[in-house]
Design a binder for this molecule. Structure first.
Ligand SMILES: *Cc1c(COP(=O)(O)O)cnc(C)c1O
Length: 382
């Protein structure tokens, strides 16, 4: 059923009833996701590759993304919160490992254990609570032990690692299935923090029980074999973000964002455009208003910056980004209400949008709103 003209992507299936009323369409290319997972597995050599699907798989829909990764052979998944893990559990086979990166809030241990979810233990007090539950249940409950190798964010401090080594009974009731840490500067390959954290990780991990080890995120995976250990934990690269320095992105774009034209108008020179009249039409203009705004994660910092594409033609942003709409300079483009224009796609990449907004691709993706129509396709993004 094709409800409206959707010029840039006329052959995409309309997947949701009432979709024509959505102000924007987020298209997720599952074939590109699969290709990215395979590419990362190749790069990882012998190491296993997990899927980091926190923040709803970086905004793209964890319940759709995670099963696709499973089909590609992914067996370990990382989210940030127990609530995210509980949503993921029913969509993955029983033997999928789901880790909670932020660890457990006091009192959440029993729910976590009952659901078969593995906490990342980040502190001595979290370890004490998990161990107490394991002892009470007469079981060894699986845990990942995260140590802080030099980021000062999450993880056991060196002192806590030494205390565990000195008093191994602290691990009673706990089965250590993973020892992990996280790199602060992996996106800067020459940064001295990388070898420093690698050395700290090796030294501290040696004091903890023998288990699989994991250090690398997307960028860390490309730092060389020393950083890969047993399990790599890419997130952004799965979703098309560039994990390397240099001009070429080895990953395929997974997300495309198109917004719908709501209204067109012709205005004479001197017309104030949008909030604050931050643009005053220098001559006669044709304006197109599209149905996406900062409430949908299109950053207000893109006021009067970038714009959209109709096929290969750039339509510049005109005036400020509003909560629910953006005005474009339509020029002579053959636009009608209901048409879709590209905001993130082959002509305007995620990296370009992030750079223009003064942020990183992670923030653009994870901010993408809930009001879009979402289309999941296999290999028809461009
Ligand atoms: C978010 C996160 C990752 C994934 O990072 P990317 O840079 O997206 O690959 C891996 N490990 C931890 C601990 C994280 O918090």
């Amino acid at each position: 059923m094709s409800v409206v003209s959707s010029r840039p992507t006329p052959d995409l299936p309309v997947s949701a009833a009432g979709a024509a009323s959505a102000g924007a369409v987020l298209t997720v290319d599952l074939a590109a996701l699969r290709a990215n997972y395979r590419r990362l597995r190749l790069e990882a050599g012998g190491a296993a590759v997990a899927g980091v699907v926190k923040a709803d798989a970086y905004g793209l829909g964890a319940e759709r993304i995670a099963p696709v990764l499973w089909e590609e052979g992914c067996r370990s998944f990382f989210v940030a919160h127990l609530s995210e893990a509980l949503l993921l559990r029913p969509v993955l086979p029983h033997d999928a490992e789901i880790f909670v990166l932020n660890g457990l809030a006091p009192g959440d241990e029993a729910r976590c254990a009952a659901a078969g979810i593995v906490p990342v233990v980040n502190s001595a007090s979290q370890l004490a609570a998990w161990s107490a539950l394991g002892r009470a249940l007469g079981k060894r409950l699986p845990a990942a032990l995260q140590l802080d190798s030099g980021m000062a964010r999450l993880g056991l401090s060196p002192g806590e690692v030494l205390a565990i080594e000195a008093e191994p009974e602290r691990l009673e009731g706990v089965e250590t299935v993973l020892v992990m840490s996280h790199l602060a500067c992996a996106d800067e390959p020459a940064h001295p923090a990388n070898p420093a954290q690698l050395a700290a990780f090796r030294a501290l991990a040696a004091r903890l029980p023998a288990a699989r080890r994991s250090l690398a995120n997307s960028a860390g995976l490309f730092l060389g074999s020393d950083y890969r250990f047993d399990l790599c934990r890419p997130g952004i690269a799965l979703y098309g973000g560039k994990p390397t320095e240099g001009p070429v992105n080895p990953m395929r774009a997974v997300a495309r964002l198109d917004a719908r034209v709501i209204q067109l108008r012709d205005v004479p020179a001197g017309t104030g455009v949008g909030y604050g009249w931050s643009l005053v039409a220098p001559g006669a203009m044709r304006l197109a208003t599209i149905g996406i705004g900062y409430a949908d994660g299109w950053p207000r910092s893109l006021s009067n910056r970038l714009g959209a594409f109709l096929d290969g033609t750039r339509l510049a942003a005109a005036g400020r980004v509003s909560m629910d709409s953006v005005i474009l300079d339509a020029g002579g483009a053959p636009l009608s209400p209901g048409d879709l224009v590209e905001l993130i796609g082959p002509h305007q990449t995620l990296e370009e949008v992030a750079a223009a907004a003064g942020t990183i691709p992670y923030e653009i993706l994870t901010a993408l709103g809930q009001r879009f129509e979402r289309r999941y396709v296999e290999g028809r993004l461009a």
